[in-house]
Design a protein around this ligand. Structure first.
Ligand code: PCD
Length: 794
């Protein structure tokens, strides 16, 4: 399959690769001109505007809500409360993890920023003014914001709405073999244990969440434009929850200004806009602002991990175990396959070869916003990679061994693939050492270490951090994976028009990653139709086949496979039609890109465009071949794909201020063949910036009363170009053996792999002060405190 990359790809008349290659993004024609069409751009005649009243308290009983003054404000059309929703059976909704979540609070508020009432008015300003006229009688209750206190006997019970619930425990879950792991630890020469926090962070997409709902009172059809990464799954959930007939619901996900997992859940605001439209008979738009997005929509991580590693004195790893306390906030709103309540966390064994591993995860409710979404992470793999890559560095420090040498000693070897991990994953393919050597060569690893030694002697603190990660992306095989009972297979339809131009309909939704380009390239690669002649249609449930949506980097592994296979189906049909036109047997035909021709007589052939016309024209088609040139498939992946990579980060730390400067970042990714290398590099750039943000500055903190201290971009810091070095990217290409084009997902790789490299580099820099670990974010204050010997531990 490497040959794919090497083979020269013919160019179309427009200069685009007819197949894989660096094609400019089709969608940029509108994005770069500011002409994208986002939910907030939707304008409908008679449209009204919604706004949400949110709780100022993290925990309080609601004794009453007086909406009369708000209702009396001119321009207000409706004020909806939990009590109103109760009459419709909609005060509570299911989460994607089989929990329940309040749409509008009825009994209590359980986190600061929780939805309490929804105003519908003629303008968004009137709607916001009306919020101030709603009088809620709150009775404040003690709050628990610290997961470690959530299971204390005297902790307030948050979910007393659940019958018989007397504590804040959600679930216990385990993976791996406890006995074997304990035995390995009991006999180990070296054991290192560290408490490692992956703090709560937020996906913070550029576009916040929102929706426009229009329930047509005449036809009974609900049209919902909404910021969703999973339009089909959302439609089914609305049908199930609200009892609306599914064929009467059309979910449209237009251009989405970034998702990063934030737009996978169904939020109360979406439901309120629907109810608002039902109540008023008019379209209702609801768009949250930045503070609302940061305070109430799906957060990520919040994993308190106790990680232990056992090894020989020579550095051969023997076992790893992890104890996790997972903070889920007030409602368990995680979106992930049902069978795995802790997501894919049990991939924490990483990229190394050892026989025993075990983890157990205990999840708790706290008075914080719900979520636990897979922010640029295939269901908790970011936490897993961080745990193993941090503890391997701690082990290197303990053994006084170079961290690259320790990794090289333990990496899985190419002949071990397909490799089954001690916790049950089957890695499909990999040549890890090769990738690591490429990264080390690009970095000039030995010179960097020499430079570091020289600088240390002068009292300068330079650090080198490595992270080697393996991800499992492309959820997932139906036998193992569903969300709310919906299997994770994806449909794809392809229609070639009489003139040879095509439309491909996807079940997945793009939120910026370039599907309109890359899926056209996949079809071009299989059929030889120029990518500019192929329109990619997505994000509208009335016009696309069913599928579970875009997250966990699943589009290329699942829908990308579906697109390749549907094109191959069309190619097979085209062969039968070409044979009829050429008056020969299908077996006598040979394929070259864009054309079937007669074996041994290459002049005699039909191009795919000619075949398309034949398929719609007067040509007499063979027995059993229907007219037209189209096909559809539903693809159920046999396994996940396992992209991987090696990242090396170089930092300089100012010990006087704790300031970290990321000087270099080398990222070598292996995601199999790259459909569009330029898009892949863009994906990696974005993820690396994310990683710097999480490692060095992003944090949603809470005070003891549950007040959110990260509710604006003044407090919740995002990285800018100033904090990012010039990324140095490399690649190796190891195809997935089970994917039709060998491609693995890559959209989240850099976010998953980079935080550990940055933190490892910072700790390496300040290790002369005796520091072995400090928690993210490594802000100047936290680094300074770590240097002083009292790292901040949350
Ligand atoms: N690719 C290529 N090649 C290969 C792979 C891939 O070319 N081999 C490309 C494709 O096609 C696309 C991209 O790249 O275009 C990506 O891919 P993937 O990996 O498959 O992924 P998807 O599914 O598509 O996507 C998703 C992701 C995610 S998941 C996230 S977070 C993020 C990423 O994506 N997000 C975002 N990226 C991005 N970008 C942008 N711009 N925006 C956004 O939002 Mo999650 O779970 O949701 O959390």
């Amino acid at each position: 399959m490497t040959a794919l990359e090497d083979a020269p790809v013919p160019l179309s008349a427009a200069g685009n690769p007819i197949g894989f290659g660096r094609m400019h993004r089709k969608e940029d024609v509108r994005f770069l001109r500011g002409e994208g069409n986002y939910v907030d751009d939707v304008q409908l005649p008679g449209m009204l505007y919604g706004a949400i009243l949110r709780s100022p308290y993290a925990h309080a009983r609601i004794n009453g809500i007086d909406t009369s003054a708000a209702e009396a404000l001119p321009g207000v059309k409706a004020v909806i409360t939990g009590a109103v929703l109760e009459t419709l059976g909609l005060a509570w909704m299911p989460t994607l993890s089989y929990d329940t979540q309040a749409v509008l609070a009825t009994d209590k508020v359980r986190f600061q920023g929780q939805e309490v009432a929804f105003v519908v008015a003629e303008s968004k300003y009137i709607a916001r003014d009306a919020l101030e006229l709603i009088d809620v009688d709150y009775e404040p209750l003690p709050a628990v914001a610290d997961a470690k206190k959530a299971l204390d006997a005297d902790a307030p019970v948050i979910r007393d709405d659940k019958e018989g619930k007397t504590d804040n425990h959600i679930y216990d879950w385990e993976a791996g073999n406890k006995e074997e792991t304990d035995a390995a630890f009991a006999n180990a020469e070296v054991v290192v244990t560290e408490d490692i926090l992956y703090p709560r962070v937020h996906p913070a997409p550029m576009e916040t969440c929102g929706s426009v709902a229009h329930m047509d009172p005449t036809t009974g059809k609900l049209k919902l434009w909404t910021t969703t990464q999973a339009p089909h799954a959302h439609r089914t959930v609305y049908a199930l929850v609200a009892g609306l007939p599914e064929q009467n619901i059309q979910v449209i996900s237009p251009d989405i200004g970034g998702g990063f997992g934030n737009k996978v859940p169904i939020y109360p605001g979406y439901v309120c806009s629907i109810v608002g439209s039902i109540v008023t008979g008019k379209p209702v738009k609801w768009m949250e602002d930045r503070a609302e997005n940061l305070m109430s929509t799906g957060f990520a991580r919040d994993y308190h991990m106790k990680v232990s590693i056992a090894s020989t004195r020579e550095g051969k790893i023997q076992a790893v175990k992890v104890d996790v306390l997972a903070d889920h906030g007030a409602f368990n709103g995680v979106a992930q396959p049902t069978k795995y309540p802790a997501g894919f966390f049990h991939i924490f064994t990483g990229s190394y070869d050892y026989p025993a591993a075990y983890c157990n995860v205990t999840a708790v409710y706290t008075n914080k916003a719900p979520g636990g979404v897979a922010y640029a992470c295939s269901f908790r793999i970011t936490e897993a990679v961080y745990a193993i890559e941090r503890i391997v560095d701690c082990l290197a420090a303990e053994l006084k061994m170079d961290s690259a040498e320790l990794r090289l000693k333990n990496l899985l070897r190419p002949e071990q693939f397909p490799y089954t991990t001690p916790t049950g994953w089957e890695y499909d393919s990999g040549d890890y050492e090769k990738t690591m050597r490429v990264a080390m060569d690009m970095a000039g690893y030995d010179q960097l270490r020499a430079e570091q030694a020289e600088k240390r002697a002068r009292g300068e603190y330079m650090g080198i951090g490595i992270s080697f990660f393996t991800e499992g992306v492309g959820a997932g095989p139906r036998k193992h994976m569903d969300i709310l009972g919906l299997g994770m297979a994806d449909g794809c339809d392809l229609r070639v028009h009489p003139t040879g131009k095509a439309q491909v309909r996807l079940s997945v939704q793009s939120q910026g990653q370039g599907h309109e380009t890359t899926f056209a390239q996949i079809v071009a690669h299989e059929l030889g139709i120029p990518p500019e002649d192929i329109e990619v249609i997505h994000g509208d449930t009335d016009n696309t086949p069913f599928g579970l949506g875009t997250y966990g980097s699943r589009s290329t592994p699942v829908s990308g496979a579906a697109a390749a296979l549907v094109a191959r189906k069309v190619r097979d049909k085209a062969r039968l039609i070409a044979a009829a036109a050429l008056e020969c047997a299908p077996d006598d035909l040979e394929w070259e890109l864009g054309r079937w021709y007669v074996k041994g007589d290459p002049e005699r052939g039909r191009t795919i465009q000619e075949i398309a016309m034949d398929a719609h024209g007067a040509l007499e088609l063979p027995e059993g071949v229907e007219g037209h040139l189209d096909a559809q498939v539903v693809y159920n992946p046999p396994n996940l794909t396992y992209p991987y990579g090696c990242y090396i980060c170089v930092v300089d730390v100012d010990p006087g201020t704790g300031q970290v400067k990321v000087r270099r970042f080398i990222a070598v990714d292996d995601c199999g063949p790259r459909i569009n290398p330029m898009i892949v590099e863009g994906q990696v750039h974005g993820g690396l910036a994310d990683g710097i943000g999480m490692a060095l500055m992003e944090l949603i903190a809470f005070d003891d009363d549950g007040n959110n201290l990260g509710g604006s971009f003044m407090d919740y810091l995002l990285p800018t170009a100033m904090e990012c070095p010039d990324w140095e990217l490399g690649e190796t290409v190891t195809p997935s053996p089970h994917h039709p084009i060998g491609a693995k997902g890559v959209g989240e790789s850099a976010t998953v792999g980079s935080p550990a490299a940055v933190v490892n580099a910072v700790i390496d820099a300040i290790s002369p002060f005796g520091v072995r670990h400090a928690d993210m974010p490594l802000t100047p204050a936290n680094v300074w405190r770590a240097i002083q010997g009292s790292p901040v531990r949350t």
